[in-house]
Structures are given as C-alpha cells and as structure tokens.
Write a protein that binds this ligand. Structure first.
Ligand code: ARG
Length: 461
C-alpha cells in the first residue's frame, strides 16, 4: 500500500522498517477515542466555515458508521495501516471519497494522538476508580463484620498491641481512598485539550479550539502548542498513581498470603480464589494475592519505561513517544485485572477469628496497657515501662501470661498493683480503651467506616 506521504518519496518503505514503525497493533485500542476526537474536530471545521457544514455532516455520519462497525466487529482493523489515525482516515475516504480527505485540515497526528491518549486515559482511569471503589466497599463490608474481632497488631512482624481485624482492614480502605484522589488529581491536571496545536506550531486556519475542548468534556485547552503535542506528564502522573495503588495491593496481598498460611491461619481463602498443587495433594495456594504482589513489578516497570522514554527528548513530537502506549496499556490492564480479582477474594474469604484471638493471647501484647495502669496510679511512664518489662521476663520464665500471673507476683515488683489490674489488661479492655482519633477502639473504627462510606456515596460516578 502506498504511504500517505508517497509523493515526496521515490522508494517505498522497507517491510521490516514498516513493521517496526507501525503502531496499529496496539493503538487500535484507542479507536473510539480517535473517532470521537475526529467527530468533534469535523464539527468545529464546519462551524468555523473551514469546510462546508454539509461536508462536516457527511464526515461525522461516516465516522459514526465506522465507530459502530469497529465496535460490532463488522469492520476489521487493517494491520497494514501505520496507526489507528491513518486507518480511520483511510476508511473514511474509502467510504465517502474526497470529502473524507478534508478531515485532516488544521490538524496533525501529533495533536491527534496527544488528544487520543488523554481521552483514553480519562476513560480507563474512571473505570479503574470505579473498581477501586468496589474493593473499598468490599473492605468496608468485612470491616463491619469483624469490627470486634481481636487480633494481634504487629510492628516488625512481632506481636505488638491488640487491635481489631476491622481496624486493620480499614487501614487499606484509607490507602485506596488516597489512590482514588491521587488519580482524580492527575485527571484534573490532564483535562485540557491539545487539539489544534497541530504539528507543533499551531495553524493558519481560524479554528475554535475551545469548542472542540468543550465538546469532548475538557476543562479548557493547552496554552502552548509545542507543549500540547509533546507533553506526556499526565502519563507519568497516572502511571505513578497506578504504581502506588499496586504497592498498596502488594502489601495487602502479602498479608493475605501470611494470614492464609498454616503458621497464621487467620483467614481461609475461598476455593474459588485459590489454586492447588500439581504434586502436593494437601496444598491450597493464595495465587491471586501472589500474582497481584508479583504484577506490581510490571506496573513499576511501565512507569520507569515512560519516564525513560521522555528523558532528554527535545521538543516537540518525537517518534519515541509512540512508546508511551504499550506502557500505559499494560499498566491499565494489569491494574484492572488485579482489582477485579481482589474485591471478590476479600468478599469471600473466611475469617478465622478464634485463631486471631488465640494469637493475640500470646506475646504479651497487653504489656503497654500494664505499664499504662501504673502510670495512671502515679508512676512516670519510663519507670512503669521498666517494671513491666521485668514482669514480662518473669512471665516468660514461668511460662505464663500477664493475665494469669498472680497478684502477689505483681506486688513484688510494685505495691501500686491491685486486683483492678486484671480487667485493665484484658484484650477487650486494651482495644476498648484506645479511644484516640484513628485508634482501634470501636467508636474510632466506626468513624473510619463512616468516612469511607460517605466518600463512596459522595464521589460515586
Ligand atoms: N503513531 C504515532 C504515535 O503514537 C502517531 C503520531 C505520529 N506522528 C508523526 N509525526 N509521525 O505517536
């Protein structure tokens, strides 16, 4: 097939070079965005009298037909086209003849592709946000169910203080809430139309960039045409927001993997979200969580690829920038897959509260509360801390717990101890007393749940 630029060339493009250069294999994913952009552009050309209104409607109708034929699969993509932009334009001209050749007036593929990626990222990121919200809703459901289930909270992966499973789960809801707002921030900054920047310098035609921007749901237009065609900051921003999201999912995954192990047995994943082993008949593996943890690396890689493509690129458009798409597409696919599997995995896992409770009863996780008891009786915290440490050492030597150590033993360390100690160091009391904002006390966790629920209700699209 002759290239669009064949007039200037004597020789045709080498086949290997053509394959290397072509992007339709992957950028066909943006066909709907490309056509939407072209329809808005044609309408503007007509309204401004750059082409006739009649030609504009013929173009728009034909583009609409191409859109539905591509969506229904009736029209196959021609992989011999260089990219999605060339393909749509060629198909348009095939359908309506010379009128189709007017569409590319006052436009370049450079501003066209800059527009398409923005539209594509906006659509996809909104889908990702909806998926994050589904996961948040699943987390809230489980957190409500286990608002009173006591488990050990950890630091250094050592049992630290008692918390509730509901509180622990809500920590992830908070991370995901920030992920949503991080993406919304990036979308807001990205939401300016580059169309009309043309190749790099703008155009001699009397275009109305603002009309196109409004028609496509943008908040305005990019103000420098060189920047408009060559800016991919928004790709970096969104990829880093996806990477942070994956980092959060990888931490959650890691905990689920630990909790599902025989060593912890805090949860059992549903069979529908577990796999077996080909050799070990007893195995039940948390593959979904492991894959989400593993795929985090891919998304980090996509972000790094994007940053590296842009590093040192001179203004304005360079073909290097065609490399933005596969990174973006891969990251979007990965994030969506992980979110899609995560929410039902959380929704269907069995929580083994008795095992959590048992783990919380060992490890002296009420030692801080024992020290606080002495503080409330008038001892400075550091002294109370020291005495409690000695008592813990004694418990370890006597193979007992703080709850079971007799009062005489306590009194040998300090006469401030009395029988009112025991209710103070029960695990339930340790949790209930943590009434500080954000703490593990029931009221505080309830507040956290309400915050996330109103976020989900308020910013739902
Ligand atoms: N396929 C190209 C890309 O994705 C479209 C823009 C091509 N522009 C150009 N002047 N070669 O970046």
């Amino acid at each position: 097939m002759d290239k669009m630029w064949a007039g200037r060339f004597q020789e045709s493009l080498n086949k290997t070079a053509d394959d290397f250069n072509s992007s339709i294999r992957f950028d066909k994913r943006m066909y709907a965005q490309d056509i939407r952009g072209s329809m808005a552009h044609a309408a503007m050309l007509g309204a401004q009298g750059i082409i006739s209104q009649e030609d504009a409607s013929v173009i728009i109708d034909a583009l609409d037909g191409i859109l539905s034929d591509l969506t229904s699969g009736k029209l196959p993509f021609d992989e011999a086209s260089e990219d999605i932009h060339m393909f749509v334009e060629a198909e348009l001209t095939k359908r309506i003849g010379d009128v189709g050749k007017k569409l590319h007036t006052a436009r370049s593929r450079n501003d066209q592709v800059a527009l398409d990626i923005r539209l594509y990222l906006r659509d996809e990121t909104n889908e990702i946000i909806a998926l994050i919200k589904e996961l948040m809703a699943a987390i809230v459901r489980r957190a409500k169910e286990y608002a009173a289930a006591i488990m050990p909270g950890y630091t250094h992966l050592q049992r630290a203080q008692p918390i509730t499973f509901g509180h622990h789960l809500m920590a992830y809801a908070m991370m995901l809430q920030r992920d949503v707002t991080r993406m919304e921030d990036a979308l807001r900054r990205m939401n300016y139309s580059p169309l009309g920047s043309c190749a790099l310098a703008g155009t001699t035609y009397d275009t109305d960039r603002m009309a196109v921007a409004k028609a496509l749901g943008f908040d305005g237009i990019t103000l420098n045409s060189l920047d408009g065609v060559s800016d991919r900051d928004f790709c970096v921003e969104l990829l880093s927001a996806y990477a942070v999201l994956m980092m959060h999912l990888s931490r959650f995954s890691e905990e689920i993997i630990l909790w599902a192990s025989w060593e912890f047995k805090f949860v059992e994943l549903s069979d529908a979200f577990s796999t077996g082993s080909s050799i070990m008949p007893q195995k039940k593996n948390p593959d979904m969580a492991e894959l989400a943890r593993g795929k985090t690396g891919r998304v980090y890689g996509d972000l790094m690829a994007m940053l590296t493509v842009l590093k040192g690129l001179p203004l304005a458009y360079n073909k290097d920038m065609q490399e933005d798409k596969e990174a973006i597409f891969d990251a979007i696919d990965t994030v969506k897959q992980c979110l899609a599997v995560f929410a039902p995995m959380i929704d269907t896992m069995t929580v083994l509260t008795a095992n959590m409770r048992r783990a919380a009863s060992n490890g002296f996780i009420n030692a801080t509360d024992c020290a606080d008891y002495l503080v409330k009786k008038g001892l400075p915290f550091r002294s109370a801390y020291k005495i409690t440490g000695t008592i813990v050492a004694e418990c370890i030597a006597r193979h007992t717990t703080l709850e079971d150590l007799p009062l005489e033993a306590y009194k040998a360390h300090s006469d401030l101890f009395d029988s009112d100690l025991y209710p103070e160091i029960s695990l339930e009391a340790c949790v209930e007393k943590r009434i500080s904002e954000g703490g593990t006390g029931a009221q505080s966790v309830q507040k956290q749940i309400e915050f996330i629920e109103s976020f989900l209700a308020g910013s739902d699209r």
